[in-house]
Design a protein around this ligand. Structure first.
Ligand code: MG
Length: 386
C-alpha cells in the first residue's frame, strides 16, 4: 500500500556548509548528500511518488543524482522554503496521494522506524504528525548579552522532518498561508487550525548545516556491512555459430536463445549484484520482451547494476561465477572471461573468479540442451542504507 507521497525540499543554496556546490549535491563518502536522503524513502514499502523540489540552476547536478532512481520529475522551487513546499505539493496533485511526508534534503539519515511511527500516528487518526526530540540543555531567554529568564524545557521539543500530513489538508493549508513566512510545515498546519501530533524523533536524524556536520556524516556512513548476493540463470541452445559468455564470443555449433545476447555468465553476475543490493532481480530491471533490451549486449546490464551500486555507495569485494555445460569446452576461455568480467566491474582480476564445470552427462546440461550459470557476489554496503 504505497499511498504516501514524499516532498523533498532541495532548492536551498546551502551556503553555510561551505564548499561552493549547494550542500545537497556535495559528496558524503563519495555519494551526494541528496542520494543518502532519498534512500530511506526509496526503500520504504509505503512510499509511492517522491517529488524533489530543486533550484533549476542545479538541474544538472540533480539529474546526475537521480538517474536510474524511481522518482517523479523534479520541479523548480519557490522564492523561499514555503513556496518550494507548495510547488512540490501542487506537483503531486495528479498522483492523488492520501498522505504526504515533507522532508528537508539536508537530513540524510531518516530511519525506517521513524517513517513507520509517523505513518502509524496518521493511520490512528491524527491529521498531522511530526518528529520531536526533548531538549537536554536548559534554555535561557537572552537579551543584550544578559539572561532575562529560564524557560520550562519540559514543554519544549526540537522539531525534525519528515513531517507527515493528510495530503488534502496540508495542501489547503499551504495554499492559504502562501507568503506568510513560517519556518516549518507544522507551523503552516498549526496556522490553519490543524492539530499536530508529536512522535519520538531520532538523534541520528541530523541536519547537515555546517562543515562539521559533513565530517559527522562521513563518520556515520564510513561504516560498511558485508552483503552476499547469489544469481542463477539458464539459457537454451538455438541455431547459431557462437555463444556469448562473460562478454566473450566463444565459437560453437549453436547459439543461446534470449532477448539480449543471452550471456548467461553476465546475467548471473548482474542477478547476484542486484541480490547483494536488495534490488530485486533481472526481470524487474530488464523486463523480458522490453524492446529497450532487445539485442543489447549484456555488458549494458552490468553497467546498470554498477550504477545502482555506485548510487548506494557500495563496493564490490568479489564475484565468483560458475558456468555449467557439457559443450562448448570452456576451460581455455576462462582467462579471457575472467579478465573481461574484471574490466566490466572496474576491479582487479584478483576480485573475480570464473569456474566451468559439467554435470557428468546428467540433466539438461548433460544432454546439451543449454548452459546454466550461478554466481555469488560479495559487496560492502554502507550500514546507513541498511
Ligand atoms: Mg538470462
Amino acid at each position: 500500500m504505497n499511498d504516501t507521497a514524499v516532498v523533498i525540499v532541495a532548492a536551498g543554496k546551502g551556503e553555510r556548509a561551505g564548499g561552493g556546490l549547494p550542500k545537497q549535491y556535495r559528496p558524503v563518502a563519495g555519494r551526494p548528500l541528496l542520494a543518502w536522503t532519498l534512500q530511506p524513502f526509496l526503500d520504504h514499502p509505503r512510499v509511492g511518488a517522491i517529488q524533489l523540489v530543486i533550484d533549476p540552476a542545479h538541474a544538472e547536478s540533480c539529474a546526475a543524482v537521480i538517474a536510474h532512481l524511481d522518482l517523479v520529475a523534479p520541479v523548480g522551487g519557490g522564492s523561499d522554503r514555503q513556496g518550494s513546499v507548495l510547488a512540490g505539493l501542487e506537483a503531486l496533485v495528479p498522483h492523488g496521494p492520501d498522505k504526504v511526508m515533507i522532508h528537508d534534503a539536508a537530513r540524510p539519515f531518516v530511519g525506517s522506524g521513524l517513517i513507520d511511527r509517523l505513518l502509524a500516528r496518521i493511520d490512528a487518526g491524527a491529521e498531522a504528525a511530526i518528529p520531536t526530540l526533548p531538549l537536554t540543555d536548559t534554555v535561557k531567554r537572552c537579551r543584550d548579552g544578559m539572561i532575562v529568564g529560564t524557560l520550562d524545557r519540559s514543554e519544549l521539543g526540537r522539531a525534525q522532518t519528515p513531517q507527515t500530513f493528510r495530503f488534502a489538508s496540508i495542501l489547503a493549508a499551504h495554499r492559504q498561508s502562501a507568503g506568510a513566512s513560517l519556518t516549518d510545515d507544522a507551523a503552516v498546519a498549526e496556522a490553519a487550525g490543524i492539530a499536530v501530533a508529536a512522535v519520538d524523533g531520532e538523534e541520528g536524524n541530523i541536519k547537515i548545516t555546517h562543515p562539521d556536520d559533513f565530517a559527522e556524516a562521513e563518520r556515520r556512513v564510513g561504516r560498511f556491512e558485508m552483503r552476499v548476493g547469489s544469481g542463477f540463470d539458464v539459457h537454451a541452445f538455438c541455431p547459431g555459430d557462437h555463444v556469448m559468455l562473460c562478454g566473450v564470443a566463444i565459437p560453437h555449433e549453436a547459439g543461446l536463445a534470449g532477448d539480449s545476447d543471452a550471456d548467461v555468465g553476465l546475467h548471473v553476475l548482474v542477478d547476484a549484484m542486484l541480490g547483494a543490493l536488495g534490488e530485486g532481480d533481472l526481470g524487474r530491471h530488464f523486463p523480458p520482451g522490453d524492446p529497450r533490451w532487445k539485442g543489447r549486449a549484456s555488458s549494458d546490464l552490468v553497467a546498470v547494476a554498477m550504477e545502482l551500486m555506485r548510487a548506494r555507495g557500495a563496493r564490490l569485494v568479489h564475484a565468483d561465477l560458475t558456468l555449467i555445460c557439457e559443450r562448448p569446452r570452456l576451460a581455455r576461455h576462462q582467462p579471457a572471461m575472467r579478465a573481461n568480467v574484471a574490466r566490466l566491474l572496474g576491479v582487479t582480476e584478483g576480485r573475480v573468479n570464473v569456474k566451468v564445470t559439467s554435470t557428468d552427462g546428467l540433466g539438461f546440461t548433460g544432454r546439451g540442451e543449454g548452459i546454466a550459470g550461478q554466481a555469488t557476489v560479495t559487496m560492502e554496503v554502507p550500514a546507513a542504507c541498511a
